[in-house]
Design a protein. Structure first.
Length: 350
């Protein structure tokens, strides 16, 4: 089958955004969006809780010896209110045991709110419509609780209704469901500190150091390695003001060609120059041939896609969509193009 025109008739929804680097007219990015202060590592919190108020989609646990941790958790909660219920009498389908996780900034103070995520630990079918019962969160399994979480659980529909991407309802989130109860240990900023690049790159690190030196004076910043820029401030400099000024400086970072593919819903996001060289990939019932056509290969083959050398990722994705290629196979095909050297961009499959 020779595809010269592609009609988007597949049920797979592919969102493709191409960000070409041909014009090099990149927007400036602030240093605060590219780096993190040394020691300012996010604090990860975890807790065990119960999602209540489910519409018969909770854990299929009953009382007695087979009740499991969900039943025991309900018994323990009722005891706090001086209510004693024998475990073997508990019948429930509206409660699910969940693991609660969160990530907060070390600079967040007591009373600050943050997003939390809840994931089912048992055999619950769905957390939709549930409410998280107040759950203590700890930074260390053996440490004291530093925060609590509760609120209505929101289940994402995933943005797709295709048969290839069923919605997962056993995980949910609460945008502002976490509240910090105590102040966390905060990093101390001294006269000499480091800015750590979130994506290490020597060119970007050099541009950051150059921008800082141009603003605050020579020898203020130096590149330690591709992931770190050392900042040295004089004793007479107001450090909070200086670091605020540094964070607001803008540079043009290096853009790494990167292709991101969601194997569940088929989303394809391309950044940089995405042109593909000659290659032939056969995966399942799909054959992708990138290269010149020969005289002996003119017969149309069902499920085949033939494109010229130098075809863009956008056109390849559209062609694969036109022949109803499932999302997981699209991800496998692009990963194979990277392995054989036809695609030089970094391929990230999630």
């Amino acid at each position: 089958m020779i595809l010269t025109r592609f009609v988007c008739t597949a049920t797979v929804s592919i969102a493709l955004v191409v960000l070409p680097m041909l014009a090099r007219a990149q927007a400036d990015v602030k240093i605060r969006d590219l780096t993190s202060p040394e020691g300012a590592l996010p604090v990860r919190l975890v807790g065990y809780g119960l999602a209540i108020g489910l519409d018969g989609t909770g854990d299929r646990a009953i009382g007695g010896q087979s009740g499991g941790p969900t039943v025991q958790s309900i018994v323990n909660i009722l005891r706090r209110f001086n209510i004693e219920v024998p475990p073997d009498l508990i019948r429930m389908r509206n409660v699910a045991a969940v693991l609660v996780t969160a990530e907060v900034s070390p600079f967040l103070r007591a009373g600050g709110r943050f997003e939390i995520h809840a994931s089912s630990m048992g055999d619950a079918r769905s957390l939709r419509g549930g409410v998280l019962y107040m759950t203590p969160l700890v930074a260390d399994p053996n440490g004291p609780a530093v925060a609590t979480a509760q609120g209505s659980l929101l289940v994402s529909d995933g943005g797709s209704t295709t048969r290839y991407a069923p919605t997962v309802e056993t995980s949910a989130r609460i945008p502002t469901g976490g509240v910090l109860d105590v102040d966390l240990p905060r990093p101390v900023v001294g006269a000499v500190s480091r800015l750590l690049l979130r994506e290490p790159d020597l060119g970007t690190a050099t541009r950051i150091a150059t921008a800082i030196n141009a603003s605050l004076g020579e020898k203020t910043a130096s590149v330690e390695d591709e992931g770190s820029v050392v900042v040295t401030l004089a004793d007479t400099v107001n450090r909070p003001t200086a670091y605020t000024k540094i964070r607001e400086l803008s540079i043009k970072p290096e853009r790494i060609p990167r292709l991101m593919i969601d194997s569940k819903d088929g989303s394809v996001i391309a950044g940089g120059e995405m042109l593909v060289g000659a290659a032939t990939i056969s995966h399942g019932a799909i054959t992708l041939a990138i290269g010149a056509e020969t005289a002996t290969d003119m017969s149309p083959i069902p499920g085949s896609v033939r494109l010229p050398v130098g075809t863009s990722v956008q056109r390849i994705a559209t062609a694969l969509q036109a022949v109803r290629t499932p999302p997981n196979e699209i991800a496998a095909i692009f990963a194979a193009l990277r392995e054989v050297g036809a695609l030089t961009a970094e391929v990230v499959v999630r």
